[in-house]
Design a binder for this molecule. Structure first.
Ligand SMILES: CC(C)(COP(=O)(O)OP(=O)(O)OC[C@H]1O[C@@H](n2cnc3c(N)ncnc32)[C@H](O)[C@@H]1OP(=O)(O)O)[C@@H](O)C(=O)NCCC(=O)NCCSC(=O)CC(=O)O
Length: 412
């Protein structure tokens, strides 16, 4: 039968040829963090000394309590005491410091992204030149040419690689990058998307203020630096000329959703000013907002999928890759969903070892879940659950979610 020449049919055929056949999968994961490490039980002394705020004894003891209860053991930072020492404007609220902060944190963010991406590419097993699209997400400044171009240079990607750069999505930056990567991979047959989220928080660094700004202490007590990268593709696994499979899906990205909670626009505020992000705000209400809304939000996300048997275990029938925005945020998810102890073990471990690396954190959590699932040595929590939820909070207040399916699991 002759092919139709009706424009609508031709357009449809072109569209079908361009689209991938399968759903997007994460094919490899890489992470990186700075070598400079501060133990959480030493952080309060370090912070009050570096910011020349030793005289603020009441705030110091409050900060100590927050650190003690944070669920964090250590964090990694690009910035050091010496670095801040040569830029006194960083601890002076009245002095402009955006230029100095951005110059330092951009280089750090680019290098961390390159390290994480190199690890992802190496785990993927194909050459960097096979990457067709690049999605980079960061809170470490707002410049052009930006982190995407620099990362493409550092990795030696093809000049024709198609780039997308996302700035200031806060802690949902990692999920936003993955959501965009999924759409690109499913819309472009043969695409291999490198999605990287990189955070260096010197832009956020701020001296203690007064009793009215305890959120500054909270952000200083929980945020750390790090980068995560994944390779995303949507077609059948690729084999080399000898027929050896060189790429295998780790997690399929089944569906994505983004919900902005009404009336919460002041809950997480990120302001880029002459003082960097030091004028940002974090409401004490965030854990309660999460507790009150997350079940409805996840029900709306999962119900239309009609996943087989997931309902049998309730929320405990899923594995969970949650952004550990803070210990109280994880407690809120756990309480609201009735999750068993251990369900958030990967999130709590990443929080403990690295703190909240903003959008990059959830990629560390995903990598930790991958490691636990592949661990043959014993029963790891969540190994029997094949469907999972990845979720993070961002300004808005926004809850971003990706429903996952772990590779090699066809039952359940
Ligand atoms: C920081 C904590 C570990 C501290 O835990 P604690 O067990 O010590 O107890 P707590 O919650 O009572 O807090 C201790 C004291 O700090 C105060 N406090 C806590 N959070 C505050 C905030 N955001 N603003 C102002 N004050 C705050 C409390 O009122 C209390 O004061 P008092 O002692 O006077 O009673 C926890 O509160 C936590 O994990 N909070 C969630 C942090 C969060 O919102 N993360 C999201 C980051 S943003 C993100 O991930 C998204 C994004 O950036 O886009």
């Amino acid at each position: 039968m002759a092919a139709s020449s009706r424009p609508a049919d031709v357009l449809f055929e072109i569209h079908e040829r361009q689209r991938a056949d399968g759903s997007a999968a994460i094919l490899a994961i890489g992470t990186a963090y700075p070598t400079n490490c501060i133990q959480q039980d030493e952080f309060t002394d370090w912070y009050f000394r570096v910011t020349k705020s030793e005289h603020l004894t009441k705030l110091k003891s409050k900060m100590k309590k927050i650190c003690d209860n944070s669920g964090i053991q250590k964090r990694h930072f690009h910035h050091t005491e010496e670095m801040i020492g040569v830029h006194p404007e960083i601890i002076d609220r009245g002095a402009p410091s955006l230029g100095a902060r951005q110059a330092i944190s951009a280089v750090a963010a680019h290098n961390l992204a390159a390290d994480a991406a190199s690890r992802a590419i190496s785990a993927w097993g194909r050459p960097a030149a096979d990457i067709t699209h690049l999605v980079v997400s960061t809170n470490a400044g707002a410049q052009e040419p930006g982190a995407d171009i620099r990362l493409a240079e550092l990795l030696g990607l093809r000049p024709a690689v198609r780039r997308t750069l996302l700035y200031l999505h806060g802690c949902s930056a990692g999920l936003a990058a993955l959501r965009v990567a999924k759409d690109i991979a499913e819309s472009n047959r043969g695409a291999r998307v490198l999605a990287a989220c990189t955070q260096a928080h010197l832009l956020l660094f701020s001296p203690p203020d007064d009793d009215a700004h305890i959120d500054i202490l909270v952000t200083m007590a929980i945020f750390g630096d790090g980068a995560g990268a994944v390779i995303v593709g949507a077609d059948d696994t690729d084999a080399d000329p000898a027929g050896t499979v060189v790429e295998r899906p780790v997690f399929h990205m089944v569906s994505v959703s983004q919900t902005t909670l009404p009336g919460t626009e002041q809950a997480v505020v990120i302001n880029l000013t002459e003082s960097g992000l030091a004028d940002s705000r974090l409401s004490v209400e965030v854990p309660a907002l999460v507790r009150g809304s997350v079940e409805r939000c996840l029900t709306d996300t999962l119900a239309p999928l009609g996943l087989p048997n997931v309902g049998d275990g309730g929320w405990n029938g899923l594995f969970w890759a949650l952004h550990p925005g803070g210990r109280a945020i994880l407690d809120s998810y756990e309480g609201a969903l009735g999750l068993e102890a251990g369900k958030l073990a990967a999130s709590r471990q990443v929080l403990s070892e690295y703190g909240n690396m903003s959008g990059a954190t959830v990629i560390f959590v995903l990598d930790e879940i991958r490691r636990r699932r592949q661990d043959e040595s014993g029963k790891q929590e969540g190994k029997d659950c094949h469907w999972g939820v990845m979720s993070a909070l961002g300004p808005g207040l926004t809850i971003e979610t990706i429903v996952l399916h772990a590779n090699g699991c066809h039952e359940n």
